[in-house]
Structure formats: C-alpha cells, structure tokens
Design a protein around this ligand. Structure first.
Ligand code: FPP
Length: 258
C-alpha cells in the first residue's frame, strides 16, 4: 500500500488509519543477536545499531512521519555487564559528534528523554547541547529515550504533582489526564500512533507505557542493525491497514447496530 499524505490524528474514531503515522516509536532491539551471529562482540552490534538509527532518521520524514522516538537505553539496561553499559553510554556522544550538524541543518529538533541519574556529566552536557542547538527546529522531531523507563517516568510525574500539592500550589482534584501528561518526559510530543519492535520479540519492555494507550503495534522479524527504510515503509503500510477506534465504534458499525 502506498504511503499517503500525513494529517495529524486527533484521537477520533476515524475507522481505517489512512494517513501515515504522525509519531513512530521504535524499540531498537536485536543488536546483541546480530553481533553474536557474526561472531562479533556485542559492542559492534550496538555500533551497527547506531548506524541504523542514522538511516532511519533520514528515511522517516520521507514517509511523512514527523516524530520519531527511539529507545536507546532503558533503566533496566544498567544490569548488563559494565563493559557493555560503558559501550552503550558512549553511543550518544558518537552519534551527536558525527550527526548533530546535519540534524541541526535539516531542521531536526532533538530531545533526549529519561533520567540523568547515573549519567556522566560529560554525557549530560552533550545531550543538553544537542537539545539547545536544535531547539529552534521544527521540521522533524527526534526523541532519544536514554536511561528511560516508562514506570520510572510515571512515578516521577506523580512525584512532581505531589510536590505541587505539598507546596500548596495544587490540590489533588486538579489532576487531569492532560495535566499528568504535561509532567511526563514526552510532554510536547503527540502520543505515538505506531510502536515498532524489530527482532521478533513482542513486548513493550517498559517503553512509553502511558503514551502507548492507543498506539498500534507492529513487530518485525529483523534484527535492528539490518533494519532498513523498506522495513519502516512496510511497518507504515501495515499501520495503514489498521482500524483505529479509540474505544468507540466507527460510524458504519454504529448504524448497523441500529
Ligand atoms: C537492544 O538490543 C538495544 C539496546 C539496549 C541499545 C540500543 C541502542 C542503539 C541501537 C544505538 C542507539 C544510539 C544512540 C544514539 C542512543 P539488545 O542488545 O538487547 O539485543 P539482543 O536482544 O539481540 O541481545
């Protein structure tokens, strides 16, 4: 199916999703298995995965996607061997060193979302600099979830609201879904329309738990380092066959139900 012009989804029960997804989120999975199959260290799998990220950031706007959120490091990934954690920690620096100028030039706004706890000062500085240098861009939005966990993010938002209440600036009855969303790390991005996970695994792994409420899921049997623009195009085409109802019924079915 051809990828069609994008129009922002408004959360309405619009039946078949004909538009391209406005926001795609990706669990970049399979780097370790890719490396193992080649007899390579896992670190090289992660580096190959970072190269894939570059390709996909270029491919996404051509498919009319405007927001891309990628899972680069989860709050659970700290439990990996220290050498692998160190390799993963080095990836944002490597990525921004080679790609930030291009992202800046091409109108990409970068945000690094997640906790800064445990990250080196150098890494935090690099991430904040990437955000600052691209803050005025709005052609495409790239969120890199790094040291991110959906549960931790929800707890952090709850804590921030509780602090408002404790300080007398809010009362519990003030809390709304929209207000809560504004406290999440993803505030300012629309919810993902499509969540993609390559590598054959079919789970969310603590990624965008709140935001995924009405996302469509596409699982693809390809390891992330081998993921190409064509795989993303296929995921978008699959998304476009889905019937998004947001808990309602589409008008024709409502008529049939009489
Ligand atoms: C999961 O695969 C992948 C990760 C934990 C890291 C993902 C990071 C990248 C693709 C590079 C991102 C670059 C930046 C700039 C953040 P896995 O190691 O769990 O693979 P496996 O399931 O095959 O072992």
């Amino acid at each position: 199916m051809a990828v069609q012009e994008n129009t922002p989804s408004k959360g309405e029960a619009s039946g078949v999703a004909e538009a391209a997804p406005l926001h795609v989120a990706i669990v970049m999975d399979g780097n370790g298995r890719w490396a193992k199959r080649r007899g390579l260290p896992r670190s090289l799998g992660h580096r190959a995965g970072a190269d894939t990220l570059k390709r996909i950031v270029e491919a996404a706007p051509k498919l009319n996607i405007r927001w891309l959120t990628v899972f680069g490091f989860s709050t659970e990934n700290w439990s990996r061997p220290a050498a692998e954690v160190a390799e993963l920690m080095a990836l944002p620096k490597r990525y921004f060193e080679t790609d930030l100028a291009r992202l800046e030039r091409e109108g990409v706004r970068v945000r690094v979302i997640g906790s800064t706890q445990g990250l080196s000062r150098d890494l935090i500085k690099i991430c904040r600099e990437a955000e600052a240098r691209t803050a005025g861009n709005d052609a495409f939005f790239l969120n890199v979830a790094f040291n991110y966990g959906g549960k931790a993010d929800i707890v952090e938002a709850a804590r921030r609201f509780a602090e408002e209440v404790a300080a007398g600036r809010a009362v519990p009855g003030d809390l709304t879904e929209a207000g809560f969303e504004s406290l999440l790390a993803t505030a300012g991005s629309p919810p993902p329309d499509l969540i993609v996970r390559p590598s054959g695994e079919q789970r969310l792994s603590n990624f965008m738990l709140w935001e995924a409420a009405y996302a469509e899921f596409v699982f693809q049997d390809v390891l992330w380092p081998d993921y190409s623009a064509d795989h993303l195009k296929a995921a978008v085409a699959e998304f476009q066959t889905r019937n998004r109802r947001y808990g309602a019924v589409v008008p024709d079915d409502a008529l049939a139900a009489g």
